[in-house]
Design a protein around this ligand. Structure first.
Ligand SMILES: C[S@@+](CC[C@H](N)C(=O)[O-])C[C@H]1O[C@@H](n2cnc3c(N)ncnc32)[C@H](O)[C@@H]1O
Length: 260
């Protein structure tokens, strides 16, 4: 057989092997994670700026870009990234290579109870922070329920859960770009779509957490900050203390929506 006829196949095979080798060593980059990394870090700094040695549990860590950026900033934090999609675990490993304060990524389906996961989290009931970026709208409602019920078991009393993404407010999705996004999510999977903050507040309350702050973010997203309440607290009457820009306490009534 004429070898020149085989050349395109040989080159194609080499190209495939090259791409495979590259994906083993170069982690994937999500452009959205690159864009929102800095604004989310600013919010985390506002809330956690003065805390040392925080224990963080991240749900739906994606490529691990956020884990890398945030654990680099909070260098004395212990970061535990988890992800449902097993194919992303290697990306997280590569992004967080040589980072001593980031644990090896673990597969977690957040819709399942922590008792049924294949691995045991390091600090049941002792995490200071839970983080879930851009998952709630792009997963079935079971994941949202699982997020709050599992966080109620993972977080320490007083621990904070940060969720980031686009949300509906009092039954209204705005602006039009978020309506279009919601409709496109629904057309991809009817179980997906933007969730209402009021609804999230209700589920959080059912799980012993309280929505303490709504922070407006670029591109019509928001960061929601929930706190795990101690069992004895009369949560409806409590005034809670949040750090403000200067690190001094700001008292907020339940449901108070605010910007930093
Ligand atoms: C839009 S991506 C966001 C990833 C990352 N947080 C970021 O901002 O780049 C949504 C993520 O939710 C994850 N996810 C979907 N279902 C999940 C589940 N049942 N448990 C945990 N994560 C899930 C997906 O695997 C995916 O990585």
């Amino acid at each position: 057989m004429n070898i020149t006829l085989l050349m395109p196949f040989i080159y194609f095979g080499r190209l495939i092997r090259f791409i495979e080798r590259m994906s083993e060593t170069s982690p994937r980059i999500y452009p959205s994670a690159s864009r929102n990394e800095e604004p989310i870090l600013e919010v985390l700094k506002q809330f956690l700026g003065h805390q040392d040695k925080i224990k963080v549990f991240e749900v739906a860590a994606g490529t691990g870009q956020h884990a890398k950026a945030f654990a680099t900033h909070f260098s004395s934090a212990s970061w535990e990234p988890t992800e449902y999609d097993e194919s992303l675990l290697n990306d997280i490993k590569l992004h967080c290579k040589n980072m001593k304060n980031v644990k090896p990524p673990q597969k977690v389906d957040i819709s399942k109870n922590v008792e049924d996961w294949d691995y045991s989290p390091q600090y049941l009931g002792k995490y200071d922070v839970g983080l879930c970026i851009n998952m709630i709208h792009i997963s079935p409602i079971e994941c949202t329920h699982g997020l709050f019920s599992n966080m109620s078991k993972l977080l320490a009393y007083g621990g904070l859960l940060f969720t980031y993404g686009p949300y509906a407010v009092d039954g209204v999705i705005s602006p039009q770009s978020n309506v279009d996004f919601h409709n496109s999510l629904k057309s991809r999977n009817p179980a997906w779509g933007l969730k209402d903050i009021k609804f999230l507040r209700k589920i959080s309350k059912e799980n012993g957490l309280k929505l303490e702050m709504v922070v407006d973010m670029p591109s019509n997203n928001k960061t929601l900050v929930f706190r795990r309440l101690p069992p004895s607290s009369e949560s409806d009457k409590l005034l809670l203390t949040l750090p403000n820009r200067n690190g001094h306490g700001v008292e907020l009534k339940e449901g108070c929506n605010g910007r930093l």
